[in-house]
Design a protein around this ligand. Structure first.
Ligand code: THU
Length: 159
């Protein structure tokens, strides 16, 4: 029997974060307001930290033709890679602002974003740390998106 398991950190609130992680999460929280989510009213913000210290932001952008919309994670990472193609990505903070329901539980990236972040890690040749939190409440810290996507399909599979 093989077992897949991984370590992650769960904090009761943002007080235990390093100042760098706190700042990144604050940026993700702040940018949620600007998301274009008229259909779901579920606004997501992502903040990508690069090795050079730059922070690149992204939000979810929905579309009347629903599948055309893009998640905040892919929006932020696409922007980061477009602007700084050679720069290493260190971390991504993801937050949201829901018009209904609770706003104090971390939300995890969707499956498509897990695949996307995983490929960014391969490009990066380095894991990308994830910082997940709503506007308040618990914070989850993960060392790599690959912990959320075991047995992923990668470029290596294409030969
Ligand atoms: N959404 C994200 O931006 N990131 C995720 O990881 C999950 C979902 C967006 C997509 C859509 O605009 C809205 O949240 C509701 O699904």
């Amino acid at each position: 029997m093989a077992i897949f398991k991984f370590d992650y950190i769960e904090l009761d609130n943002d007080k235990g974060l390093t100042s760098s992680d706190y700042h990144l999460l604050s940026e993700a929280r702040r940018i949620t307001e600007g998301a274009y989510a008229p259909y779901s009213n579920f606004k997501v913000g992502a903040a990508v930290l690069l090795k050079n210290g730059e922070i690149v932001l992204g939000v979810n952008i929905e579309n009347a033709s629903y599948p055309v919309g893009i998640c905040a994670e892919r929006s932020a990472l696409s922007s980061a890679i477009s602007q700084f193609p050679e720069e290493e990505i260190e971390a991504i903070a993801i937050s949201y602002l829901a018009s209904k329901g609770e706003n104090d539980k971390p939300a995890f990236p969707c499956g498509m974003c897990r695949q996307f972040i995983s490929e960014c890690e391969d490009k990066n040749q380095k894991p990308i740390r994830l910082i997940l939190a709503a506007q308040n409440g618990k914070v989850i810290l993960l060392e790599t998106s690959k912990n959320l996507l075991p047995f992923s399909f990668t470029g290596a599979d294409l030969g």
